[in-house]
Write a protein that binds this ligand. Structure first.
Ligand code: COA
Length: 274
């Protein structure tokens, strides 16, 4: 493996959008330009070029509130893997988060997990991506959320302010709330599928009903990244024809504990946003 100081790490900007999208598309990920744009506008995207024209690898950080930094978009083009790009970029991200005195969080794929463990990240939640299809039928049971209530509730449950992400999702597809206001679901379009999440709720039975109504309403492929603890929602997804696509492992470096609220996160926003 090449030493990590054998390549230059640079900060990418919107002008690198095409190359950034190529990385996530080649990896079979779901992000669109709108997702990358959130990283460019609200976070920091680091990259390493294998040649002056070819971006080999990326890693992004989004600061949430005052205490957290979310690390994601850790991608190396298949032909450049195993040369230290991933580890080098991660170390660079950690220097930034440590200088800012922020706890670093990420949702790891099985490919990324060994790098993060080696750099001192410790696991917490287990998450599974479920994949299925929407039915494209009108729903009678879901109402559009009051945007500010939905965002306040989601921020409070998450434990940090990430309003800019949730406002972006809400513009792409209005967040929905159950009739008794016990569940709120955000949704956004993706390159391959709709992504439902975050889903915030008080109990799984009520949340299942909202998720099912939303699946009925959406047309085409749907992803939802559900906490493995949500066993009864998983059973209902299976009954809806959903299958497990891949696992993610939430990992963190540095301490940060969200305060307890009456709501819980049942499905995350996606590994790139937490
Ligand atoms: C995960 C990923 C970013 C790693 O990138 P990378 O540039 O290959 O990372 P590194 O070169 O620093 O390698 C990290 C470790 O994996 C090993 N490795 C990674 N890819 C390898 C390959 N193709 N062949 C051999 N070893 C490989 C390295 O040897 C190294 O192990 P070591 O530290 O014990 O030597 C890359 O595999 C990837 O883009 N995967 C698809 C997207 C993904 O899952 N990203 C992670 C999101 S959480």
């Amino acid at each position: 493996m090449a030493p990590t100081d054998a390549f230059n790490i640079v900060q990418l900007s919107e002008k690198d959008m095409d190359q950034a999208c190529l990385l996530s598309t080649q990896a079979g990920w779901n992000q669109t330009e709108q997702d990358w744009d959130l990283f460019f506008r609200h976070g920091i995207v680091f990259g390493a070029f294998a040649t002056p024209e070819q971006l080999a690898a990326s890693a992004a950080i989004i600061p949430y509130g005052d205490d957290i930094a979310w690390i994601s978009m850790v991608l190396t083009k298949a032909e450049w893997r195993g040369r230290g790009y991933g580890t080098g970029l991660l170390k660079h991200c950690l220097q930034w988060t440590e200088a800012q005195n922020r706890a670093a969080f990420l949702d790891a794929t099985p490919a990324g997990e060994p790098i993060y463990r080696a750099l001192g990240f410790v696991p917490s939640l287990k998450i599974t991506r479920w994949q299925g299809s929407g039915k494209g039928l009108p729903s009678q049971t879901l109402a559009q959320s009051s945007s500010s209530n939905a965002i306040d509730q989601a921020n409070c449950t998450f434990g940090a302010d990430r309003s800019f992400v949730l406002e972006n999702f809400n513009k792409r597809y209005p967040a929905v709330t159950s009739a008794n206001a016990s569940t709120t679901c955000f949704v956004r379009d993706g390159r391959l599928a709709w992504q439902i999440g975050p889903v915030i709720g008080r109990d799984e039975t009520e949340a299942s009903k909202s998720i099912e109504a939303l699946i009925e309403q959406l047309s085409g492929a749907v992803f939802i990244d559900l906490l493995d603890d949500c066993v009864s929602i998983a059973q209902r997804l299976e009954q809806f024809g959903f299958t497990k696509q891949r696992p993610f492992l939430r990992m963190q470096k540095g301490s940060h504990r969200p305060q307890q609220t009456q709501y819980q996160t049942l499905a995350i926003a996606g590994p790139e946003f937490g």
